[in-house]
Design a protein. Structure first.
Length: 454
């Protein structure tokens, strides 16, 4: 069989490993990669000569890199390529009958139906990890992957029929999805990725696929306080359960996290190790999900008292001369710096900015005005700088500095000079990293290195 792999990201590489060396391959990509397999009689490579900067793929004008893929027996494409493929192949049914994704391949071949899918604009990684740890603590055999790091096809050979799979799902992976997980979880949804999606409705339609293909025996869990999450959950034919209100988990007025109509007590919010009120949403989503599998309150509580969070998510780095440093590099949505300001008490120096997706900045600017008594200084970095500075001016917030230097060592040194003992310095960009870094992980690692160099 001749297989075309469109896109050489983690999912494309995973598909190449999954199908193995017995097939012939045409691997096409928008740009060259250092880890391409060796060219041979069985492996052909095709890519554009002009390389792009870091960031999201799927928007190049030159689509010649796709030439010849329709002659292959199977086409496996990374979902970010879907718009390019639609431009070239339109509604060619013969092509689309051969085209598939890692998502659909996994859904068709997974020996276990115990699949929990988690999506949302923010909190997917934390919630997925909480769910996996809670199930594991209760004695279940767990596999976790997807957008959180491990490509889902890499897990497939190791999954047994009684195992549980926790699958973090981004909008890109869901857009062409033909299947929905048995338990589907949708967290908060806000405007995001509109540099790729043609509209907010297209973004919502992609997210809705986590519910759209569910059957009556499946379970749809959604965030009751978010209109978009509530809206797309209606696409499910399964049993719908909200969280942040009954019968799902919610925070009672006395601070106790409870679940069910009888309000079974899980843990007091003060005992939860994760920082921030926003993480209580993720906690309630995870508790509601795990409750559908096991009511092991001891296992659930143990995880909530132990788990401090994932790397690059409000991660405490170091305290130097009374100044604490926090790495929140994963925070790429405009609401994230607000959540960070709420989570970290006391006076802070905020490092904000990055790649400009063209989103409206007024709400973020107003938030800084609301928190002006807690913010010693905002250091603005990256391509979004001029627009964010203008938005802050219009909101009446003047306590900022526009940093033209892209060297994170220098930026961290400057933040330390501004800070006073008792302050916290928080890197919470509220923007993607592509203007200065390969991804949020590189940004976070460089920030931590700069802090440790002080």
């Amino acid at each position: 069989m001749k297989i075309a792999i469109v896109g050489w990201g983690l999912e494309g590489q995973s598909a190449f490993k999954y199908f193995g060396p017995e097939h012939d391959y045409l691997i096409v990509s928008e740009q060259p990669a250092d880890n391409f397999p060796q060219r041979s009689d069985k492996v052909k490579l095709q890519f554009l000569a002009d390389t792009q900067g870091h960031g999201l793929r799927g928007s190049v004008k030159d689509l010649s890199y796709l030439d010849g893929i329709d002659a292959c027996d199977k086409i496996i494409y990374q979902p970010t390529a879907i718009f390019n493929l639609q431009k070239v192949f339109g509604d060619n049914q013969h092509f689309w009958a051969k085209a598939t994704t890692a998502y659909d391949i996994f859904s068709e071949n997974c020996p276990s139906k115990n699949i929990i899918g988690v999506t949302g604009t923010k909190g997917k990684g934390t919630t997925s990890t909480l769910i996996a740890k809670m199930l594991q603590s209760s004695g279940k055999s767990i596999h976790i992957g997807g957008n959180i790091g491990t490509p889902i096809l890499d897990l497939l050979p190791y999954i047994k029929s009684d195992d549980w799979v926790v699958w973090e799902l981004a909008n890109f992976q869901l857009k062409p999805a033909s299947y929905s997980p048995h338990i589907a979880v949708c967290l908060m949804i806000t405007e995001e990725h509109l540099d790729w999606h043609p509209s907010m409705q297209d973004y919502l339609d992609a997210k809705a696929n986590i519910f759209k293909h569910q059957r009556s025996e499946d379970i749809a869990i959604y965030f009751a306080d978010n209109k978009y999450s509530t809206q797309i959950a209606r696409a499910s034919l399964g049993h719908k359960i909200p969280y942040f209100k009954k019968p799902g988990a919610f925070v009672r007025e006395d601070g106790m996290i409870v679940i069910g109509d009888n309000e079974t007590q899980i843990i007091h919010k003060g005992e939860v190790k994760l920082l921030g009120e926003h993480n209580l949403q993720n906690v309630c989503a995870a508790v509601t999900t795990v409750w559908q599998v096991t009511q092991d309150t001891n296992a659930i509580k143990q995880v909530l008292t132990d788990f401090a969070g994932l790397e690059h998510r409000l991660e405490f780095v170091r305290e130097i001369r009374g100044v604490k440093f926090f790495n929140d590099s994963f925070a790429a949505t405009l609401s994230a710096p607000v959540a960070a300001m709420e989570a970290i008490k006391g006076t802070k120096v905020m490092i904000v900015g990055g790649f400009d997706r063209g989103l409206e900045l007024d709400s973020l600017a107003r938030a800084f005005t609301d928190y002006k008594d807690d913010v010693r200084k905002v250091l603005i970095i990256g391509a979004i700088g001029q627009r964010l500075a203008q938005a802050l001016d219009e909101a009446g917030f003047r306590n900022y500095e526009l940093i033209e230097d892209n060297n994170l060592n220098n930026i961290v040194k400057q933040s330390f000079e501004v800070a006073q003992p008792g302050d916290s310095v928080i890197l919470s960009p509220g923007a993607a990293s592509f203007d200065m870094f390969k991804d949020f992980e590189e940004r976070g690692l460089e920030f931590k290195e700069a802090v440790n160099n002080l």
